[in-house]
Design a protein around this ligand. Structure first.
Ligand SMILES: NC(=O)c1ccc[n+]([C@@H]2O[C@H](COP(=O)([O-])OP(=O)(O)OC[C@H]3O[C@@H](n4cnc5c(N)ncnc54)[C@H](OP(=O)(O)O)[C@@H]3O)[C@@H](O)[C@H]2O)c1
Length: 280
């Protein structure tokens, strides 16, 4: 049972990761970013998800320092994720990219570092770099993003350490049942990106009906649906009231019937690129 915003899932190596975090994709460096991350920390979030390609790691790092100073929390209370970009996939290149991210964030370790996209022929070498960094204690947990079952199978053939996380697009229009089942078999925690489908579900009548029934917003219903299925989720908002709203999901439980209704909205429809057909 997940009952608070600080509740965690335990990854295969024993590291604890908050079930709910803040995403900062498409948030540029500047006061909006700083305020979003700081207000998330102030309102109880403990997990922040960024990436080298978001070009906002320095601001995220600054906001983390300020947020910790203002709340008095120690660094260890936070769970900070970043991701290595495609251009930096390779053993040496990934080691160097990690140092750059760490420096921009102003941290001395990361909680989670992910291979952002499964670029064919490149992710195995990048994974060896993540294993090296993990063994050196510079990253508490390592994982992948946008990996389909076949990418995971290929990686597992050569990996010494299994990925602890697979962060993938997942929302009611893309429920990812097969991938989730495979990850569960492999003890890989699934994490949902674009859980709110980047705002495209807020006029959905089925979700509207369920939201009305519980006296909650559609965003809250979707976030709760993720949590009740054991999926880590990282909705993005830069607005303080929505940051609070998206974390106010621990005072109700969706019935099995309502969970099933949301599952049935699946259309295998993506808002982001297809991991089997991307050219970046
Ligand atoms: N690994 C990957 O390849 C990958 C890809 C994409 C995203 N991600 C991660 O996943 C995170 C979340 O995904 P996302 O940013 O693409 O989209 P999202 O979280 O599905 O949706 C964000 C959008 O919903 C709005 N919103 C948030 N809460 C709301 C609420 N309660 N009511 C109404 N509108 C609300 C936000 O606007 P406001 O900000 O104006 O509130 C924003 O426009 C990202 O920030 C990033 O960290 C990872």
């Amino acid at each position: 049972m997940i009952t608070t915003l600080q509740d965690t899932t335990t990854l295969t190596n024993g590291v604890k990761m908050p079930w709910l975090g803040l995403g900062v994709f498409l948030v540029e460096e500047g006061p909006e970013l700083i305020n979003a991350v700081k207000s998330a920390i102030k309102h109880g979030y403990r997990s922040i998800d960024t990436a080298a390609i978001y070009e906002n790691e320095a601001g995220v790092g600054q906001a983390i320092q300020e947020g910790l100073a203002e709340t008095g929390l120690p660094r260890e209370e936070l769970f900070v994720t970043s991701k290595v970009w495609n251009a930096d996939l390779g053993y040496e290149a990934t080691l160097a990219a990690f140092e750059t991210s760490l420096n921009k964030l102003g941290l001395d370790y990361l909680d989670l570092y992910l291979i952002h996209w499964p670029v064919e022929g490149k992710y195995q070498d990048a994974w060896r770099a993540l294993e090296t960094l993990y063994k050196a204690g510079k990253i508490k947990a390592i994982g992948v993003s946008n990996f389909q079952i076949h990418h995971l199978k290929t990686l597992l053939e050569t990996a010494e350490i299994k990925p602890m996380i697979n962060q993938v697009e997942r929302h009611p229009r893309l429920t990812q049942e097969e991938l989730i089942a495979f990850c569960r078999e492999q003890d890989i925690q699934v994490e949902a990106w674009s859980p709110l489908m980047q705002g495209q579900l807020f006029d959905n009548p089925v979700l509207h009906e369920i939201a009305t029934k519980y006296g909650k917003s559609i965003a809250q219903i979707i976030i709760r649906w993720d949590l009740q299925q054991g999926i880590v989720t990282i909705p993005k908002s830069t607005k303080e009231h929505r940051i609070i709203e998206n974390s106010s999901v621990f005072d109700f439980t969706l019935t099995a019937e309502d969970m099933a209704k949301i599952d049935q909205l699946n259309q295998n429809h993506r808002v982001g690129p297809d991991p089997d057909n991307f050219d970046f």
